[in-house]
Design a protein around this ligand. Sequence first.
Ligand SMILES: C[S@@+](CC[C@H](N)C(=O)[O-])C[C@H]1O[C@@H](n2cnc3c(N)ncnc32)[C@H](O)[C@@H]1O
Length: 340
Amino acid sequence: MAAEPDADRAAARSGHIPVFLERTIELFRPVVEAAVEEDRQPVLVDGTLGLGGHTSHLLAEFETLRVLGVDRDPDALEMATRRLIAYRERFTPVHARFDDFDAVVAALPEDSRDGVGPTIDGILLDFGVSSMQLDVADRGFAYSVDAPLDMRMDPTTGPTAADILADYSRDELARIFRVYGEERFARQIASAIVRRRESDPLRTSTELVELLYDTIPQGARRTGGHPGKRVFQALRIEVNAELEAVENAVPGYLDLLRLGGRAVFMSYHSLEDKIVKRELSTRTASRTPAGLPVELPGHGPEFAAVTRGAEKASPTEIDHNPRSASVRVRCVRRIDGRTP
Ligand SMILES: C[S@@+](CC[C@H](N)C(=O)[O-])C[C@H]1O[C@@H](n2cnc3c(N)ncnc32)[C@H](O)[C@@H]1O
């Protein structure tokens, strides 16, 4: 595989190893083989391209596969595009949120259609932030590095973490720390932020970490890990409206999948996995009205589960790739055709 040195170096430096790589390739193999049998070139959307880790291996493994690589982070998209230069005939970069279906559908190859309209063979969503984003100090994602409190995956648009800390009410701040960060001291932290900003708004990660050290009782700090971990995660989820994007994307991509097509979702936060699980259990259930003794023709499930529940990383993978420790992977395949 010919690869662009900068992006490879960045991937190596950030210790980036794609999560569940071998399994992901196997989950998509039947889709590619079916397309080849039908004399078609399959199309997969990688909605979270990142540094192109999964995509580079998928393109190397399946020589007819075409991939639309979507990322809202223009830097990631540029690095991945350079890394994938050897595959430029089969790779299309798209700068968009993964739930921007107008942008995604507009970038699909002309021939990627079924009887209903534009369609895809596969969707991969590896949610969350990339190791590269965590590593680049001035993006403000990391609590361990002093930087302006930005945290936008797409730095060209939307409010920053500093804006949220300056503008949200105490109740709103407490809610995001409690719900997205599962932070026990959410209320106390929100109150401390509101007090502090009356005289001096929080601008940098170090200022926020210092406030957290002053607010979270010392005893709790000994057992609860770094005080920044949960609050930074909560702010990142809010800044990027991450859960809203997942809510939109899961049903939207399931609708786009052609018969036999597969969706693979990788969640790292319990709330992401909950959204995925809820939608998949609806779509893998019978659509025959409850109480009827037999399945009505055309009212069977649209999708079948490929993974049994959520799959977790093996201890060996976690050893090599700590990011995989919290992953929950779910895969379904379409078993009933799309309706217009
Ligand atoms: C965990 S990384 C993906 C890593 C990738 N699978 C690889 O192997 O290199 C997640 C990527 O998705 C992007 N991302 C997260 N949420 C997004 C969204 N709503 N729309 C588009 N991109 C998003 C982030 O910018 C980040 O680059």
